[in-house]
Write a protein that binds this ligand. Structure first.
Ligand code: WTA
Length: 660
């Protein structure tokens, strides 16, 4: 990262400092401040996990914490029953907190809506009743393709109430991506929205949703459309089985639906995420373990209290939003903030304006956002009173020490601990991070594994590496929030996550998250990034294969290789190396067509930063594209060994094009 305003502000003292103690004022009030918690989990494992399960209200108690008889198909709290919607809504109404704000929503234009727990209770019930009338039954997968509007968490909780798993598709994804996910989940119901605002303009979302529906192979029984744009809408008529959200709620005014008693191991939701192959993976999370895990980590790591106003600036379309905008905070009865727009509209102080306005206590965001704030300069946060903040968090990608320190000083005023939380869609919740009331913080290193989490750094043969050496992150014991399988694909589940380091004959199962890492003498883990073909752009996981197949789908393209190059703000950026068919030329129009092809197949987040036309790709003698080399070229780094290449002469040619 180059020098810039924010960094110039950092005092020399901070630049040098490598260790930061949790501020005393924070420790005094922390939810978890006794370090014996680590030992307690070690000594009482897996029984210690009842601590998480006990944070929930169960309809019938579980008798066994962990059933590990069929690893890696672990079950947690298996014979207990509960309902997630009851735990996130009803119990707070019953406990006398009905008038506390559950969701504090802010639209891009400053429009606001506050839902108390009572309001949430009413709307979740009414929408649950409406879903039932539309024919949704227990275990039917309902797809939610919605932007950041309050109807999204309401729909999720309504699904949970009737035991219908939801599958949320990020609104920025394309029509094709929606169709792929609906097909994969055999989902016959869609909840969507007419549109939403982005940097002042209304976007036509329903057109995309309708295009996506056109690509669904099976029948779709019903679609519900939220009217977000009103007068600014695009005038689409709702067709036969399409229903207006408000009209449905009006028809069900006052309706109440008893929360369905779900087994702890029943599916709560599916979340599709990118992997090594082109087909997204349908990560399955269950009701008991996932909810216990997100509730516990929200309490222990985010330090949330029911009285807090908490803001996670992620989008609910990703796992971070599921776990730490919706389920964890609402299960604890906290006020969760939702913001529709972008951080720089109308101005670059928009987020800080909201922190001040709502007196946000805890703020959780991504390093990519922090790097952007740093670039914009500290004058934007300085315009606002941020003294309500007590704790800051980051997630999604490694945070470099400079960005960490900027966040610490300019947002936290050196008074808030920062939790750098490593986890994944698959893990359901946070896995590696400091506990903010206990551990020393070391910028750039996420911290030790959480109590009860057996994360290690190993070499290729599975042996633990020495402090300071790079290796691979593994998790040796199961945990309640873990994915249970990939939807209707147990085989792929075992192959993707449990192949590398497990010993099935000895019934020893080791989870492999496909991240590189190193560990220091204090057991702190620094994440080095993905070791598979996944690119992390602004904390969003994109599969190179998915992008490559989108590019190859463009007329005139013969072959494509996509890698992640370093990027100052987004962490990584998509570099696409493209070979054209004879008769086609690498013109600006061709480049635009490729970018548009990716936009259509996946969405704007996957658009290549750079398209490099080349007559050949560097390949090994066995014909494999040498991606490592393409990455080095993208980053302008010195090239590693090229002696195994079949066509070494092409390398220089490509280097020249990239540096153009
Ligand atoms: C990366 C997001 C470094 C990592 C919750 C992981 C991180 C992938 C961190 C999962 C962190 C997430 N430090 N890297 N604190 N948090 N990652 O599934 O490569 O969208 O495997 O889940 O993000 O991305 P996913």
């Amino acid at each position: 990262m180059t020098d810039n305003d924010g960094e110039a502000d950092l005092e020399a003292r901070l630049v040098e400092q490598e260790r930061f103690e949790p501020p005393a004022g924070f420790v005094e009030q922390a939810n978890v401040a006794d370090e014996s918690i680590y030992e307690e989990f070690e000594e009482n494992w897996p029984h210690a996990w009842t601590r998480a399960a006990d944070m929930l209200d169960w309809d019938s108690e579980y008798s066994q914490v962990l059933d590990d008889s069929e690893g890696p198909f672990y079950e947690w709290f298996a014979d207990g029953t509960l309902n997630a919607s009851y735990n996130c809504v009803d119990r707070h109404v019953e406990n006398g907190d009905k008038n506390r704000a559950a969701i504090q929503w802010e639209g891009e234009y400053g429009e606001t809506r506050t839902y108390t727990y009572q309001d949430l209770y009413r709307e979740v019930n009414e929408f649950a009743a409406a879903l039932r009338d539309l024919g949704v039954e227990e275990d039917d997968v309902v797809t939610l393709y919605m932007p950041m509007v309050p109807e999204l968490p309401i729909a999720m909780l309504a699904c949970a109430r009737i035991g219908a798993p939801h599958s949320v598709v990020f609104a920025g994804f394309s029509a094709d991506a929606l169709a792929t996910r609906m097909n994969a989940a055999d989902s016959r119901y869609l909840i969507t929205c007419d549109g939403y605002y982005r940097r002042g303009d209304p976007l036509d979302h329903l057109q995309k949703a309708n295009d996506g529906l056109g690509g669904v192979d099976h029948g779709v029984d019903a679609t519900v459309v939220v009217d977000r744009l009103g007068e600014d809408g695009f005038g689409h008529d709702l067709k036969g089985n399409q229903h207006d959200w408000d009209a449905l709620l009006a028809e069900h005014t006052g309706a109440r639906v008893d929360p369905v008693e779900r087994s702890a191991e029943d599916m709560l939701f599916l979340m599709y995420t990118s992997g090594t192959t082109g087909q997204p993976k349908g990560v399955k999370h269950t009701t008991g373990g996932y909810l216990a895990y997100t509730t516990w980590t929200s309490h222990a790591v985010l330090d949330l209290e029911p009285e807090d106003t908490y803001w996670c600036s992620a989008d609910i379309g990703w796992i971070t939003g599921h776990s730490y905008i919706v389920y964890g905070p609402l299960s604890l009865g906290t006020t969760t903030v939702m913001y529709e727009g972008t951080p720089d509209f109308p101005e670059r102080d928009r987020l800080w304006e909201l922190v001040e306005k709502y007196a946000v206590d805890v703020f959780y965001t991504a390093p990519t956002a922090i790097r952007a704030f740093m670039k914009w300069g500290s004058e934007f946060p300085e315009r606002h009173d941020l003294s309500s903040l007590r704790l800051l968090g980051t997630v999604g990608e490694p945070i470099n020490p400079r960005a960490w320190k900027w966040y610490y000083k300019h947002i936290g005023d050196e008074a808030c601990p920062i939790v750098d939380t490593w986890w994944q869609t698959e893990t359901g919740g946070m896995m590696v991070t400091t506990l903010p009331g206990i551990n020393t913080m070391k910028p750039g290193s996420a911290g030790p594994p959480l109590p009860g989490i057996d994360a290690r750094v190993v070499d290729a043969s599975g042996e633990e590496v020495d402090a300071g050496r790079a290796g691979y992150l593994t998790v040796d014991r199961p945990w309640p929030g873990m994915l249970r399988t990939l939807y209707q694909n147990d085989e792929r589940f075992v192959n993707e996550y449990w192949q590398e380091y497990s010993d099935p004959d000895a019934d020893e199962w080791v989870y492999f998250p496909e991240d590189g890492a190193k560990i220091d003498e204090d057991g702190y883990i620094t994440i080095l990034g993905r070791v598979d073909d996944v690119i992390n752009v602004s904390g969003h996981r994109l599969g190179t294969m998915e992008i490559e197949s989108a590019i190859v789908g463009v007329e005139g393209v013969a072959e494509a290789a996509v890698v992640g190059g370093d990027h100052e703000v987004t962490g990584e950026a998509v570099y696409a190396y493209v070979i054209l068919e004879d008769g086609y030329e690498g013109t600006d129009e061709m480049q635009d067509a490729i970018i548009e092809g990716v936009n259509e197949a996946i969405g704007p987040i996957a658009k290549p930063e750079k398209v490099i036309f080349t007559p050949e790709l560097p390949k090994t003698r066995s014909g494999k594209i040498m991606r490592r080399l393409l990455e080095e070229i993208a980053n302008g780094e010195e090239l590693g060994d090229t002696t195994t290449l079949r066509n070494p002469e092409i390398v220089e040619d490509i280097q020249v094009k990239v540096s153009d």
